[in-house]
Write a protein that binds this ligand. Sequence first.
Ligand code: KIV
Length: 277
Amino acid sequence: MSATAHKTAPMPDDIRARKGGAPLVSLTAYTTPMAQLMDAHCDFVLVGDSVGMVLHGLESTLSVTMEMMILHGKAVKRGLSRAMMVVDMPFGSYEEGPAQAFRNAARLMAETGAAAVKLEGGVAMAETIAFLVARGVPVMAHIGLTPQSINTLGGYKVQGRGAAADLLLADAQAVAGAGAFAVVLEKVPARLADRVTAELPIPTIGIGASAGCDGQILVVDDMLGLFTAFKPKFVKRYATLGEQAEAAIAAYAREVRARDFPASEHVFADAVPGAKA
Ligand code: KIV
């Protein structure tokens, strides 16, 4: 078991209280078995809308639905007993305004058992975050590269370079001021991420940001080498499970074609008289 494992799941306030302390550890998960593997090692697990690209083969996160998030949220929850679960609000489920956001956030939490939701956006989402928090919905914010906005951002580019640094700082201050308990900083220059971390009263969770953030998150299929369509610079592959899986499948196919599988130890003998079936 990891040194940071919890006996019971932390609450959003416990995550907030980790500001400036031991780094928060987090990964995405979409299925029960993967959630079980990370439960003892992560402070929180994110059911990210990256599920659309990683498991469903979608080109972006834009067509991920509430139903997909609920299905995967329920599956992940069944695999967790120690780590807190956060569920992403999919594109189109919160941007219209606070009332729409509350309706969908409440549904996500009620149907999946998530302790909190995550939504993308800074200054533009501050009013919505304040509305949700005031009504019992803990919010993790996500600023910097916000993949649901790739069409207006012009692609998966580093955010906050040069003059844009002030805009990113304003986004960070806005979500913290609105009551978010933590904020994900995605694809932000390391010095800017350090500055945001120093200035903000809530934990920063980096992905392509800085080792100085209050915590880190990665997409689990990226770090395990299961998702190989592309590899962003900020991903470190801790394993090459995709390659291993393909080699295993190829070996199976060879053995089936050669009639080497199943072997005698994989098949059943005739009934033995007197033995139970
Ligand atoms: O959907 C996701 O996986 C995310 C993380 C990359 C932070 O939002």
